[in-house]
Design a protein around this ligand. Sequence first.
Ligand code: THU
Length: 145
Amino acid sequence: MEDILKKLRIVALEARNFSYAPYSGYTVGAALLCENGRIVTGSNIENASYGATVCAERTAFFKAVSENEKSFVAIAIAGGVKDEDPEDFAYPCGVCRQVMREFCDEESFRVFVVRSEDEYEEYLLKDLLPKSFGPNNLQNTSKNQ
Ligand code: THU
């Protein structure tokens, strides 16, 4: 497991190269580890209509889910000024945390925020998004019965 997690962090750093960030100049890469061992990458994709921008983490999740991956173990995220090594840790935005919450077990899903191959922080989803609203809150609504 430690080997694959190290690889995940390296792949997140590499995925920054495929970012499309002409407006902010801030490139983010993400690498999402599926339960079956597959790694799905993502990068931030900006838009001239700024609100249409998608973060790297959500790119990775939506790619994965749209290809029938539904079980996830961990995500690694790396971000910084384009063409430079990350200066600090790029924590996932609130919307991306909520998307993680939709598809991941908050007690066990691991989030790695990566500055370099050997510099990273690790969190559990439940600590990044405490007291969250999730799929379980809608289990007893009339439509779902
Ligand atoms: N960004 C991400 O890709 N992930 C985050 O969690 C935070 C922000 C991107 C969006 C935008 O392209 C750029 O970083 C600056 O906000």
